[in-house]
Ligand binder design. Structure first.
Ligand SMILES: Nc1ncnc2c1ncn2[C@@H]1O[C@H](COP(=O)(O)OP(=O)(O)OP(=O)(O)O)[C@@H](O)[C@H]1O
Length: 591
């Protein structure tokens, strides 16, 4: 909490908040004394002038106190809200810049809770801190001091009451503190189930798992409620217990104060003032306890927020980034990548070179490392070993901005943003004209349905929910194509398209002058999608098992032949001279 406070609070407004708080405390402490004087010296002696004069002073002191309270609340609120805003922004920026591996280590649900709920906890505690957390101890000490000055005889009442209150508070806090981290984790869990429920709603219904998911959510919800109820009930118990102690203390003061007045050892005004100080002392103590309960919860939130803020930024720009001027070319030199939590590397010693104008297709079974390879090109993660060069430069020697300017990527899962078709296209190229957008949509075979459904201003709902899978994919491809890049990467982007559209789309890309000189990298599962590429990289369990054009791989690469056998007709295979029967491929061929 201190780290976050130091980072996000501004010294001057915090100083002013504390200053006005002290003014408020001092003026509040003066008021009972002034009351005592009015009773002892004004009312008791029927001195009207004194009552007026002292009453006027009281009014001014009360006004100053009110003004100080307003200004304190103002600065405390401004600072705590600012802290929340800055912290949220920093967390969001950190999450956006997080490399894919760290992102999946945290998980979406906890990142959402930490950026929202945890920040709110911290915001609240700082708002309270700049008011009560300082006011309560100051009022407590100040009131004890004033009460002691007023009358020594009754001070023992506090010597009994305060330790009693302290014991109650400590026991209470000790009971709830361990539950705070658990509470935040349960909120994470609820977020996770809710989020999965929302994104997977169709799967849930199709598998008739509605009740299972509802029960799962109910269980998590009940878990959170149980812990929250315990915490809230335990904290709420503090109020009545403390009120009993407060009432007993007042009773004792009145009882023993009356005896002292009877003996002439104390004035009535002093007793009234003493009672006010007693109330201030005990209320301050209660407030302090309430704040002390908030602190451990906020501390849990601070730790969780700091975990994100302190995540090492693995993808960093070099101090002096190089610029690209050499001809378009991409080279993988002994590239390997291993996820931190994985048993085997996702990619091992990958080597290939693609030159200007060429298309490289990447094919391989599921989990063979195709998406990982594209993520490395876009530097969403950094290679574990080896080098990726574009135009002769290691991509780590370029600024990420420069690199991303050169690369245009469609991911396996088409991502659209809520807005319009046009706003999604402008995401790829902000300065694009309508004509440019239509050209990109044309190449991506998306013109027909965009025209039919309302044109460029057609609404795109969250995650492109109002489009079919294939339409979403085509819009995502159009967004990739509209960008003026040098390297166009498509991660299994054509898989949601029917064969005819797939063919038309690739033909349109290849025949468009705009892409003639560019490098195209196409990840695909279908032989038909890759067979016309200049080079085809065949991956198996993260290793290259074939690299060449279709004709050479069809002849020499057993893994490629296996894929062909699973997808092409007997006639097609025979025309290529490939046997249909797997047994006929000898071990020698395979190696
Ligand atoms: N975040 C991650 N943490 C750990 N392992 C991962 C992670 N993402 C992927 N992997 C593993 O890395 C390997 C390669 O995954 P990748 O997504 O690159 O495969 P792919 O060839 O694109 O598969 P598919 O065709 O099914 O999309 C797989 O074994 C996968 O389990």
């Amino acid at each position: 909490m201190i780290i976050i406070g130091k980072k996000y609070l501004q010294p001057l407004p915090v100083f002013l908040a504390i200053f006005f708080l002290i003014v408020q405390v001092v003026t509040n402490l003066l008021l009972p004394n002034l009351t005592s004087d009015i009773i002892n010296k004004g009312i008791a002696k029927s001195d009207l002038n004194y009552i007026w004069a002292q009453g006027g002073t009281m009014l001014i002191v009360a006004l100053v106190s009110w003004l100080a309270a307003v200004l304190n609340v103002y600065y405390a609120s401004i600072q705590s809200q600012r802290l929340g805003m800055r912290l949220r922004s920093d967390l969001f920026e950190k999450v956006i810049k997080m490399d894919e591996s760290a992102f999946s280590d945290f998980g979406d649900a906890t990142l959402i809770t930490r950026t929202t709920n945890d920040v709110t906890q911290l915001q609240n505690v700082y708002q309270t801190a700049l008011r009560m957390m300082l006011m309560s101890p100051l009022m407590l000490i100040g009131s004890i001091f004033m009460a002691w000055n007023l009358d020594h005889n009754l001070i023992w009442v506090f010597i009994v009451a305060l330790p009693l209150l302290a014991i109650v508070a400590v026991v209470n806090i000790a009971m709830v503190m361990p539950r705070f981290r658990l509470m935040q984790e349960k909120i994470d869990k609820i977020n996770l189930i809710f989020q999965q429920g929302l994104t997977g709603v169709r799967v849930i219904r199709a598998f008739n798992r509605d009740n299972y998911e509802i029960e799962k959510f109910d269980r998590a919800n009940k878990d959170l409620t149980k812990i929250s109820q315990f915490v809230m009930a335990t904290v709420a118990m503090l109020g009545p217990i403390m009120t009993v102690i407060l009432s007993a203390t007042n009773l004792a003061i009145v009882w023993f104060g009356a005896q002292l007045i009877g003996k002439g050892l104390m004035g009535l005004g002093n007793l009234v003032a003493f009672l006010t100080y007693a109330t201030q002392i005990l209320l301050s103590f209660m407030q302090l306890t309430a704040v002390m309960v908030m602190v451990p919860r906020a501390q849990v939130s601070a730790v969780r927020a700091n975990e994100i803020l302190n995540t090492e930024e693995k993808i960093v720009d070099p101090e002096n980034s190089e610029s690209l001027s050499a001809p378009i070319e991409m080279k993988f030199i002994d590239v390997s990548y291993a996820f931190s939590n994985a048993e085997r590397p996702a990619l091992s010693r990958i080597n290939f070179t693609v030159t200007k104008g060429q298309t490289l297709a990447i094919i391989g079974g599921t989990g063979s490392g195709k998406s990982t390879l594209l993520s490395l090109i876009a530097r969403l993660m950094d290679v574990t070993s080896g080098e990726i060069l574009i135009a002769g430069r290691d991509i780590r020697s370029l600024s990420q901005y420069n690199l991303h300017e050169k690369i245009s990527l469609t991911q396996q899962k088409a991502v659209l943003f809520s807005g319009t078709v046009k706003s999604n296209m402008l995401y790829g190229r902000p300065e694009a004209t309508d004509a440019m957008i239509w050209t990109a949509l044309d190449i991506a075979q998306a013109t027909d349905f965009v025209k039919e459904q309302g044109g460029l201003e057609m609404t795109v709902e969250q995650n492109g929910g109002n489009f079919s899978g294939g339409q979403r994919q085509r819009l995502a491809i159009a967004r990739t194509l509209i960008k003026d890049a040098d390297y166009y990467c498509f991660d299994d982007s054509f898989s949601a398209l029917d064969f005819a559209t797939d063919t038309k789309l690739r033909t349109a890309i290849n025949s468009s002058p705009q892409f003639q000189d560019k490098i195209k990298i196409i990840v695909a599962q279908r032989i038909a999608t890759v067979m016309n590429a200049d080079q085809i990289l065949v991956l198996d369990k993260g290793e290259v098992v074939g690299l060449g054009d279709h004709a050479s791989l069809a002849k020499n690469c057993s893994a490629y032949q296996d894929i062909m056998r699973s997808q092409l007709s007997e006639k097609d295979l025979e025309s290529m001279g490939i046997s249909l029967k797997i047994e006929e491929v000898t071990e020698g061929d395979r190696s």
